[in-house]
Design a protein around this ligand. Structure first.
Ligand SMILES: [Zn+2]
Length: 127
């Protein structure tokens, strides 16, 4: 399968949000502030809210995507492609596939993805 086909599997941000939310729930979320494990999902804010202290955790917090403003689609498609095909892809290639203006953020994303352990999808950390 070509990269384009992986990218097409993540057509919208809404879908990516759902996928990421499910993954995080499966992994279990720990409140940074009070250590509580039960959360509400605030759909309007796209964040988890601690049931005990109301502290909010964004979907990207504690993942490889933290501090990135790139669309979730980029991340999920690239991670999925690299993990499944075990093939390489260059940042330049990705930039062209996404039709993204700037090279640097794509290069940084790829570097971060490659630095994480394959077995831990998204490299989610709880603290
Ligand atoms: Zn809390």
């Amino acid at each position: 399968m070509k990269f384009k086909e992986y990218y097409l599997q993540f057509p919208e941000e809404e879908l990516c949000i759902k996928i990421l939310k499910t993954l995080r729930e499966q992994k279990g979320l720990l409140c940074k502030k009070c250590g509580n494990q039960t959360h509400y999902w605030k759909k309007d804010k796209k964040k988890f809210e601690c049931k005990r202290c109301k502290f909010r955790t964004s979907l990207k917090t504690g993942t490889v995507m933290e501090n990135s403003n790139l669309p979730l689609r980029y991340w999920l498609a690239t991670i999925s492609y690299l993990n499944t095909t075990k093939k390489n892809i260059s940042a330049l290639n990705l930039q062209q596939e996404f039709g993204h203006k700037r090279y640097e953020p794509i290069w940084l994303m790829l570097k971060k993805i490659k630095s994480m352990p394959e077995t831990d999808f998204l490299n989610i950390k709880n603290n």
